[in-house]
Design a protein around this ligand. Structure first.
Ligand code: ADP
Length: 449
């Protein structure tokens, strides 16, 4: 290799070295940039993760607060219901007792007014509590087998006297009905139908209130369609949208003329919705209205239980009920409220039952441990041992066990379930009627040995 070639070769080597050095520098620069970008990304990811964690904690706290506030609201409602029902039970119960004493016409009229005001107050209380409970998301729906024919007919029977007083025809027809044995919430279904019937009769001066019921199969369930049609005053088109809103009446003169809270339809609409259906209305002023509602029901696997014995409206106990109640030996009333104790004892006396009372759970356990008590009427909320704890102690006693009936101002379905789960045999919500108490005691089976 001559000198020129060596020089050329050396230059080429140097160029290549320089190029490699440049490539390495570039690589290093890019690696550094990549490393920094990566670090920024990591930082960003860490920041994001922290933000998500903080937000999750905030949301969890907010959720906890919302749940606590819903719980507090529902507890407040239950407490309010209890506190209002307790004195109302005293007022309505004592009024019923007074009604059975010798009264002159004037006194009878005054007493009738107290009774009807008390009844109105109770309806109002139930409506407000029902509505608030639904709004708070605490509606308990029953899933029990019942007979649709009985549920509809018995509801109509309740409104027949009201229709007759206004000389209205009240009748019902069945559309296509696959079966009358269904499963669902009989009480809530009757509540919606009752509300529509009461309104139809209230707002109809003459003519007819007609109910049509049909049950069709849809998907794997049944849909019940009920139409309540009247020939009443009708509802103006521009007022229809208010109907299902709470506390709204079509016009304010309605309240003065017919009473009511404007809650009935709002509750009915929410109940239908909760039962998987809806409620609609068609109306013409001066001609009448048709309210239609649907609810989803399930088929009942076998024939429903026989219909419940209707509670007679009169406040006198039938002879047979009185007789079978009398056969029970001893009833113990457990209630911390003095007036309610006095009332229960007076009612039991009217029913011809031997009764005693105690004011707290501790005394109830002591009294029952003697072994001669047949039926206990148990209040739930009491200072010291409450009704549930008292029941627990009584059930643990080695004695002939009494029947325990909760007699309480805690009137929700969930309360009934809690009472049965705690070992009680039955449940009665305050305020109760003398007649209903008599029926309940008569129905109680003979105490177990
Ligand atoms: P309320 O307890 O006041 O009757 P509702 O929610 O049941 O409350 O009814 C709200 C209003 O809707 C009533 O005050 C009345 O103005 C109107 N309305 C309801 N049903 C009928 C009907 N069948 N015919 C005419 N108006 C009705």
């Amino acid at each position: 290799m001559d000198e020129t070639e060596v020089a050329k070769y050396t230059r080429r080597i140097e160029r290549e070295r320089a190029a490699r050095a440049e490539a390495e520098r570039l690589l290093e620069e890019k690696s550094l940039a990549l490393f920094q970008a990566n670090r920024s990304l990591q930082q960003l990811a860490d920041d994001l993760e922290q933000q998500v964690a903080e937000r999750t904690t905030e949301l969890r706290l907010a959720l906890d607060r919302a749940e606590a506030s819903t719980r507090a609201k529902s507890e407040f409602l239950a407490m309010m219901s209890h506190e209002i029902r307790t004195p109302l039970n005293g007022i309505l119960g004592m009024t019923q007792l007074l009604e059975t004493t010798a009264l002159n016409t004037e006194q009878s009229d005054y007493l009738g007014a107290i009774q009807s005001s008390g009844d109105t107050l109770l309806v109002l209380l139930n409506d407000i509590l029902d509505f608030s409970k639904i709004e708070a998301g605490y509606l308990d729906l029953e899933h029990r087998d019942f007979d649709l024919d009985e549920a509809v007919s018995s509801t109509l029977a309740l409104y027949r006297p009201m229709a007759e007083r206004k000389s209205l025809v009240l009748d019902h027809t069945w559309g296509s009905v696959l079966t009358t044995h269904v499963r669902g919430d009989r009480t809530r279904l009757r509540q919606v139908l009752s509300n529509l019937l009461a309104n139809a009769i209230k707002f109809t001066a003459e003519g007819r209130v007609h109910v049509n019921v049909s049950l069709r199969e849809s998907a794997d369930a049944f849909t019940l369609d009920v139409a309540v049609e009247d020939t009443g005053i009708g509802i103006p088109k521009d007022r229809m949208d208010r109907l299902f809103k709470a506390f709204s009446q079509v016009d304010s003169s309605t309240t003065r003329q017919f009473g009511g809270t404007g809650l009935g339809l709002a509750i009915s609409a929410r109940l239908c919705h909760a039962m998987g259906g809806e409620i609609t209305v068609m109306s013409q002023v001066g001609k009448g209205s048709v309210f239609r509602f649907s609810v989803a029901l399930e088929p009942a696997p076998c024939a429903a239980a026989p219909p419940l014995a209707p509670v007679p409206a009169a406040n006198l106990v039938s002879g047979s009920a009185r007789q079978s109640v009398r056969n029970k030996r001893l009833v113990l009333v457990v209630d911390d409220d003095r007036i309610n104790r006095t009332l229960a004892l007076a009612m039991l006396d009217r029913l011809g039952v031997i009764a005693e009372s105690v004011a707290c759970g501790e005394d109830a356990v002591t009294r029952v441990s003697a072994g001669d008590v047949d039926i206990v009427l148990m209040d739930l909320q009491m200072p010291g041992l409450d009704g549930m704890q008292t029941t627990h102690f009584i059930r643990g006693l080695d004695i002939r066990q009494p029947c325990i009936i909760a007699l309480t101002a805690n009137a929700y379905e969930s309360d009934r379930q809690r009472c049965l789960a705690a070992g009680m045999d039955d449940f009665m919500a305050k305020p109760f009627r003398l007649d209903a108490l008599g029926e309940k005691l008569a129905l109680m089976s003979a105490p177990s040995v």
